[in-house]
Design a protein around this ligand. Structure first.
Ligand code: FES
Length: 378
């Protein structure tokens, strides 16, 4: 079947500018590509400024400044200032490393609207183990710096088997640090989390307890801090409308200028994604094969094609379909209707068995690093 796409997609409301893949942390669940260390050079300042202008002209309103660690870019203030001039609402997604008081003041002056600070856990031991850096105390100081600048603070903690039992303390820590929003986002299994999946997937009982603890905190706080709890796709049995629909509102530009409909789409084989060094953003968004391929529902095959929920979930996540079924146009295997759903169930059964087992894990965690990236890419 020839893929049909909407004649004219709406604007890319959300621009995620992945400024760099460089990062001082070594998180085991990082969503940056596993082969990031083999990818070409980062865009320069002028290219990024042009991307911001072109995205705004297309209708983008939200700008995520992400990485890696975006504070490693010395031109971050210049990009923020241009974003403010253009009328973006800008959000810095950071580990906090490099957010000194002076840098925070400069970013505030430049017009940064919002900061999302990530923690790995609620204790120095586990935070520092999971990031493979001594950053817990630094993050506490950075949280105070963010508050002092008057930014609304979103705290983000990625959950998985190794920290999900600490949700009570994590929420208490976020509340004590003055977060307005806490995002408890369970790991989704792409990139480095895919490499470490059998170590990170929580058991159903862990997930149930964490949700119950979160509900109790919501009732206790009565709206004083909003808590978002994002369950792992694997446990849901229903696919999510990933990135709100392929090429519908979300546009990522990777550090080397590759434009992507989602931050992990580059792994999909045989699907070319254009680079902003060579093409304007309007043509990329409206006409490129990479953005057109999975727009709408015309590309679907069974069981999605005749499914009553196809407009609601748009077949789920294309990256997950590739990883689990080696077919990016298959139904997302997290869906109970997928012929490949058994692969998700098998992973969950291994998680249950590992959760019940005592003693050391057979398989060591792989921490993100340039050396591991080159080894895995080879
Ligand atoms: Fe790529 Fe879902 S993460 S489509």
């Amino acid at each position: 079947m020839t893929p049909a796409a909407p004649a004219q997609p709406g604007p890319p409301l959300w621009l995620l500018a992945e400024l760099t893949h460089r990062c001082p942390l070594h998180c085991v669940f990082c969503y940056n590509p596993v082969d990031y260390a083999t990818q070409p050079d980062e865009l320069g300042t002028e290219d990024w400024l042009r991307v911001l202008r072109e995205a705004r002209a297309l209708g983008a309103v939200q700008l995520g400044l992400s990485g890696g660690e975006p504070l490693l870019r010395e031109d971050l203030e210049a990009l923020v200032a241009e974003a403010r001039r253009l009328g973006f609402y800008s959000n810095l997604l950071t580990s906090g490393v490099g957010l000194t008081e002076a840098r925070a003041a400069a970013l505030k002056d430049a017009g940064l609207d919002h900061v999302q600070l990530s923690f790995q856990d609620s204790t120095p031991q586990m935070n520092d183990f999971l990031s493979h850096t001594r950053t817990f105390e630094l993050k506490q100081r950075v949280a105070a710096t963010i508050r002092a600048q008057g930014w609304p603070m979103v705290m983000n903690v990625v959950l998985h088997r190794l920290n999900i039992d600490h949700v009570d303390r994590i929420i208490g820590m976020a509340h004590a640090l003055g977060a307005e929003y806490l995002e408890l986002a369970n790991t989704q299994y792409y990139s480095w989390a895919w490499v470490n999946r059998d170590q990170l997937l929580p058991t159903r009982e862990q997930l149930r307890r964490a949700e119950a603890v979160t509900e109790a905190w919501r009732a206790r706080l009565d709206g004083a801090m909003r808590i978002f709890f994002v369950a792992p796709d694997y446990h849901e049995g229903r696919p999510k409308k990933c990135v709100n629909g392929w090429g519908s509102m979300f546009l990522t530009v990777a550090p080397d200028g590759t434009a992507l409909p989602c931050h992990t789409a580059r792994m999909l084989p045989g699907l070319p994604f254009p680079n902003v060094r060579a093409h304007g953003l309007a043509a990329i968004w409206r006409d490129s094969e990479g953005f057109q391929r999975f727009r709408g529902t015309g590309w679907m095959k069974e069981p999605c094609r005749s499914c009553a929920q196809r407009e609601e979930d748009l077949g789920g996540c294309r990256c997950q379909a590739w990883l689990l079924a080696q077919d990016a146009s298959a139904a997302d295997p997290v869906c109970v209707k997928s012929p490949h759903h058994g692969r998700v169930q098998a992973a969950l059964q291994r998680a249950e068995a590992a959760g019940a087992a005592a003693g050391p894990r057979e398989q060591p965690l792989v921490f993100r690093s340039p050396a591991e990236s080159r080894r895995l890419a080879a």
